[in-house]
Design a protein around this ligand. Structure first.
Ligand code: NAD
Length: 424
């Protein structure tokens, strides 16, 4: 039987029942299931080698978003996140999007930019030309640094040189355009940039200062599109219209755009973390791209089709890898990649973009109708119950009462707890 990510009532199952479904979907081994079920996934020895001055490890909940259909393929998506309602929102949005055939994605390919900053040149335009005249040599020196990447068909493919006017005077910036294949590429491109410094100095007589990757990865763009039939959205065409106004607001106003894009990142960053990727790199790239016109704008667009249905699109840089960094070191990152069933970094990035768009849809749908708090706060009620001191079975009982009373507040949870303890 064909597998499906549409698992109804997944949220009502116990953790071990969910693990059973996941094992079946992703053909996880018993060891991988045991790993998911374990409390400490990252042993202290591994952690101690990953970063400096280690004193412990820090855990987050790992949830599974259901219903994702991307380019006709079924996905269950692991999300490592502390915020309630993110997993539910994505699963709901993915369900709505199925009405239009799911998400459709493309990407440009994994080209990263490394920057080499040249200063102290009296003739910046002449220096630019001198570097460009040695384009083939520059590419060859860059590629000597990473024979593995080159053997896989990747490596430095081209260069660009810009003369930049700055408050410290003109400077000449060389960009290495590097196909990093299935790696995020931070280390790979930095090594190339560093190796080229003395050569650029020799070509120009100037002094090289910074040699580092740019997180504005605008040669590594991913795109996603989805169509939501108006009948699949609560409120129908009037919600579609309201979403268009919400989107226009975000595009016109950076105060709103920041929150609009934060909602998109709610669908992306948790996958980035679950797969051991660099969340700071991806967040920096997303926000820099959102501001590329000179004004910070929305990363997504929502339009109404001739039939009155809702069509969403997103385009953004997404430097996620399957090789290198923590993706290869963190045992749960490997399980997350297996659950996703991805074999190429491009596929992983495209899933992230689709989930960002899905999360955006969920937020806009709620904001443009009943508001975000109803759904969010009822899921957050368990956290409030725990903050008030509830433990064990009392957490669900107190949370339920908070929702029934319509007062999802810590002071109210404390009152309910006192009431329960007087009764028992
Ligand atoms: P890496 O150096 O650990 O691994 C990449 C290397 O793996 C490649 O250079 C290649 O030699 C090899 N490789 C083997 N199979 C490959 C395949 N199929 N595709 C591509 N390469 C393959 O990792 P990386 O991706 O170069 O660097 C990622 C790390 O860089 C992240 O941890 C990130 O945090 C860090 N970093 C980020 C920044 C930044 O964002 N500004 C700066 C510096 C470092």
């Amino acid at each position: 039987m064909d597998r499906t990510a549409r698992i109804s009532g997944f949220h009502r199952l116990s953790v071990s029942e969910r693990l059973g479904k996941l094992q079946e979907f992703a053909a996880l081994s018993d060891e991988e299931v045991a790993l998911l079920n374990r409390r400490a996934h990252l042993d202290i020895e591994t952690a101690d080698r990953m970063i400096e001055n280690v004193v412990g490890t820090f855990e987050l909940p790992l949830g599974i978003a259901t219903n994702l259909l991307i380019n006709g393929k079924e996905y269950l998506v692991p999300l490592a996140v502390e915020e309630s309602s993110v997993v539910a929102a994505l699963s709901n949005a993915a369900n709505m999007v199925r009405s239009g055939g799911g998400f459709f994605t493309t990407s440009t390919g994994p080209v990263m930019i490394a920057q080499i900053q040249l200063i102290d040149v009296p003739d910046p335009f002449g220096a630019k030309m001198k570097i460009l005249e040695r384009r083939d040599e520059v590419i060859a020196i860059a590629n000597e640094q990473d024979p593995v990447l080159v053997s896989l068909g990747g490596g430095c493919k081209d260069i660009e040189v810009r003369v930049l006017d700055s408050e410290m005077g003109p400077m000449v910036i060389t960009h290495l355009l590097v196909d990093t294949k299935d790696a995020m590429g931070g280390n790979a491109v930095n090594t190339m940039a560093e190796a080229l410094a003395r050569h650029i100095e020799a070509y120009t007589g100037g002094r090289v200062l910074l040699r580092i990757l740019s997180n504005l990865a605008d040669r590594r763009l991913v795109r996603a599109r989805c169509l939501v039939k108006k009948d699949a959205i609560k409120g129908g065409e009037s919600t579609v219209d309201a979403i268009l106004f919400a989107c226009a607001f975000a595009d016109a106003d950076p105060y709103r755009a920041a929150t609009h894009n934060k909602g998109i990142m709610n669908g992306i960053t948790p996958i980035v973390i679950a797969t051991g990727n660099d969340s700071r790199a991806i967040e920096a790239g997303a926000h820099a791209y959102a501001a590329r016109s000179g004004r910070y704008r929305a990363l997504s667009r929502w339009e109404k089709t001739a039939e009155g249905d809702l069509e969403g699109t997103i385009e953004m840089p997404l430097a996620a890898g399957l090789i290198g960094g923590a993706t290869a070191l963190h045992p749960l990152a490997k399980v997350s990649l297996k659950v996703l069933g991805v074999t190429r970094a491009a596929e992983l990035s495209e899933i992230m973009a689709a989930c960002g768009l899905g999360q955006n849809l969920a937020a806009l749908r709620a904001l443009a109708s009943e508001g975000i708090q109803r759904g969010h706060m009822s899921l957050h009620a368990k956290n409030i119950a725990m903050m008030a001191g509830a433990a064990g079975a009392l957490i669900d009982k107190v949370a339920q009462r908070l929702v029934e009373d319509g007062k999802i507040r810590v002071d109210w949870a404390k009152k309910i707890l006192e009431e329960f303890s007087r009764k028992s």
